[in-house]
Design a protein around this ligand. Structure first.
Ligand code: GTP
Ligand code: MG
Length: 180
């Protein structure tokens, strides 16, 4: 889970796991470390049998005052994670879920981050968070704007209402299988 500070990365992990395992906060900059959550599942979107994966909660970018270079910020805070050979092999196979706030398409910080992932050859999958906050009209308009600015469709989700969790689990299952 990569994305701007306060976009809802930790909340999404909790919603996916239906458990408050990740700490969330209304104030940006809550997650300062790279946190790994090992999830063990019986059946479900991964197919029959038991399977396990790690959900990785990365610190957010686009929060530091002054220097507004989110690519550099993402590089700095996530360096330990992306520099790790095993992690980067996995990440190269599966890619990252890049979370963007459904209310704010086209933010410079997100465009910079997307370029940073593209440059490193890390496949990104766009997830539009907090979709519950939008009206039907805004939702269609913003999803279209996100798709245009990030060059791929975004999966709309809400940690608050649970919308999109099944689709997101299916996406995650597909990414994990690709990484194997
Ligand atoms: P950092 O750790 O600072 O990078 O933030 P984060 O991306 O982990 O965000 P976090 O999950 O802590 O959520 C930030 C705020 O957004 C909290 O007040 C959450 O309750 C709220 N929030 C997260 N997801 C949703 C959502 O789907 N809908 C609504 N309405 N609020 C949400
Ligand atoms: Mg967090």
């Amino acid at each position: 889970m990569a994305g701007r500070s306060n976009v809802g990365k930790s909340s999404l992990i909790n919603a996916l796991c239906r458990s408050k395992i990740a700490r969330t906060s209304a104030a940006p900059g809550k997650t300062r470390l790279v946190n790994f959550y090992r999830v063990s599942l019986e059946g479900g979107p991964g197919g029959p049998g038991r399977w396990a994966l790690h959900l990785v909660d990365l610190p957010g970018y686009g929060y530091a005052r002054g220097g507004q270079n989110s690519a550099a910020e993402l590089a700095a805070v996530s360096e330990a994670y992306f520099a790790d050979d095993a992690a980067s092999d996995l990440t190269r196979g599966s890619g990252v879920l890049m979370l963007v706030d459904a209310r704010h398409p086209g933010l410079v910080a997100d465009l910079e981050a997307a370029r940073w992932f593209d440059k490193l050859g890390i496949k990104r999958h766009i997830v539009a968070t907090k979709i519950d906050k939008l009206s039907k009209n805004e939702r269609a308009k913003n999803l279209k704007a996100l798709e245009t600015s990030l060059a791929m469709p975004a999966l709309p989700v809400s940690a608050a209402s649970g919308e999109g969790m099944d689709e997101l689990w299916r996406t995650i299952a597909r990414l994990v299988r690709n990484a194997e």
